[in-house]
Design a protein around this ligand. Structure first.
Ligand code: ADP
Length: 389
């Protein structure tokens, strides 16, 4: 293999995931969790064999940027003299003007920093490792890949909120997220599910964060997340769609300030808040606490309702694709969603669903259901190589 090595970084508020690709082959996968609390790293080869992880105990990183800097000596050892051609980064928000992946410059970083108020829990953590790398290694090309980019094809009628028009011009509108995941699914649909790839498909990215995307011939036409990654489906700890008057009530009648509301809606709600047990679907599925069962019912109810809403935006439904942690692994949740979508023509094949498909619907099902694993990091690696030319 002679192709360049590409680094991929996906930084969140308390974790940093990193990978090395050569072409489409993943050579290394690693993760630092618990940043700011008790950072711990793990690493494995692309084939899944565990590697001795980086030791971060000397100076425990308190931010994702520090974590990336702390990883570098370990990474240099692993590279053993080879060099990275570039690093591609997941950046949650490209704002209204940045859809396609772009080589990072100081000017672009400044522009992207302006979207921090639109994604306060993601954007600063996405940008700080880029800035740290730029300071230490200015000649290493870096590419920003935007989670909003794939949704720029959404018709304007589905992008606006019914607020005064000038607010849309100020950037207060639906953007949509999980775009790198949806783009990956759209890229593999022609091979993985050729009979629906050109048609009307709802893709369900159900993970810790969860959203749905309505695709027509592989292009995004509508999505459940909106201005922020808080909207749409209930998630691990996020509330999803909420009557905005609830926020007004919490602030005016219950005296909560913006920080407290933010913590409530992003970190204490969703499956965790409803169940009082866990944000992790594995725990909820294994639990016999009634509220854990109920939280799953709420999730399934909202997924099914929103599949129907997106089918309406598409004028019908030919395919339903499940992906991400829950979508790929939780057969019981796929079954419940498919059964709730039965009236739209989704007819599950139970054995195929238990075997994780890839096709999970019966031969005569009007809507074809699939399980397709997503790969956001591969998408970032491909984009980064393409931007480098
Ligand atoms: P993110 O990238 O948003 O952190 P993932 O797509 O990795 O999320 O999904 C993580 C979630 O997937 C976990 O919170 C867990 O609830 C769920 N999950 C993973 N494996 C299983 C499984 N075998 N059964 C049910 N849920 C699972």
């Amino acid at each position: 293999m002679s192709e360049d090595l590409i680094g991929v970084v996906n930084a969140g508020s308390s974790s940093l995931k990193f990978s090395i690709y050569q072409g489409d082959a993943c050579l290394l996968n690693g993760q630092v969790d618990g940043i700011g609390v008790r950072p711990a790293a793990k690493a494995k080869t692309g084939a899944g064999e565990a590697l001795p992880p980086p030791d971060l105990s000397a100076v425990p990183p308190t931010t994702p940027a520090e974590a990336l800097v702390a990883l570098m000596p370990w990474l240099q050892d692993w590279l053993a003299g080879r060099r990275l051609a570039a690093i591609g980064h997941r950046v949650v928000h490209g704002g209204p003007n940045h859809a396609a992946p772009q080589r990072v410059t100081a000017a672009l970083l400044d522009e992207l920093a302006a979207f921090v108020p639109l994604a306060p829990l993601h954007q600063p953590h996405n940008l700080s490792p880029i800035r740290a790398t730029m300071e230490r290694n200015p000649s290493l090309p870096q590419v920003a890949c935007f989670d909003t980019g794939f949704h720029r094809t959404i018709p304007e009628v589905a992008q606006v909120f019914a607020l005064p028009w000038e607010m849309a011009e100020r950037g207060i509108r639906r953007y949509g997220f999980h775009g790198l995941s949806y783009e990956y699914i759209a890229s593999v649909l022609p091979q993985a599910a050729p009979e629906i790839a050109g048609g009307r498909v709802v893709v369900a990215h159900l993970g810790n964060g969860a959203s749905l995307c309505a695709m027509k011939a592989g292009r995004s036409m509508a999505t459940t997340m909106g201005f922020s990654a808080l909207d749409g489906l209930p998630m691990g700890t996020r509330c999803g769609q909420l009557d905005p008057a609830v926020v007004l009530h919490l602030m005016t009648a219950e005296g909560m300030d913006a920080k407290a509301v933010e913590a409530l809606l992003y970190r204490k709600s969703g499956m965790l808040g409803l169940s009082g047990v866990s944000s992790d679907f594995r725990d909820l599925l294994a639990s016999d606490v009634p509220r854990a069962r109920f939280a799953i019912e709420v999730f399934v109810h909202q997924v099914a309702r929103n599949v129907a809403s997106l089918a309406a935006a598409l004028g019908g439904l030919d395919g339903l694709v499940f992906t991400a942690g829950v979508g790929e692994n939780a057969a019981a949740i796929r079954q419940a969603v498919c059964e709730a979508c039965g009236w739209m023509g989704v007819e599950l094949d139970h054995a195929a669903n238990a075997a994780r498909g890839p096709r999970i619907t019966a031969a005569g099902s009007r809507v074809a259901g699939y399980v397709i694993p997503t790969d956001e990091n591969l998408m970032i690696a491909r984009h980064t190589r393409a931007v480098l030319g």
